[in-house]
Design a protein around this ligand. Sequence first.
Ligand code: AMP
Length: 173
Amino acid sequence: MQTDSIRAAIRDVVDFPQPGIVFKDITPILADAKLFHDSISLLCETAGSVKIDKVVGIDARGFIFAAAVADRLGAGFVPVRKMGKLPWKTHQTAYSLEYGEATVELHQDAILPGESVLLVDDLLATGGTAAAAVELLEQLGANIVAISVLIELSFLNGREKLGQHPVHSILTY
Ligand code: AMP
């Protein structure tokens, strides 16, 4: 499957949401039925032949891809959310952003010990967000099969924060 057309659709938005950031806008992919379908297919392939029990998506653009991947793989979907959004009992992890700190949460009963999980987000930058999600999943005893992202900003070395877990990216910059 060709990734060139997916790459070509990503829109670089300079100085968003703050000066110095080049934001990778994936909404043109979502709006194109074939590009969105192909993106989901490529993300599904990263699971290999492993039966995935739960696909975990990271708030908020990660949800879009992870939910579609979950449906395609016949797996459940689990959200990792920003602080204060989940209604039930949660585990929480704080992590560093480029400026300041953020906290993400996961429902305590979202994953059963030993369940096979695919963690999905739209983009891996410094890796702080994904590493926080990994920490939450490890607390629940999840078997993290892989961490799969559509876009990896490899110059930020995010995968170094993700330990031994396999990291798959469809497009690398
Ligand atoms: P990080 O924790 O630095 O790996 O940041 C990853 C999260 O922030 C992902 O959920 C992305 O959606 C978002 N993000 C970070 N940098 C960018 C960027 N340049 N363009 C689009 N989204 C980004």
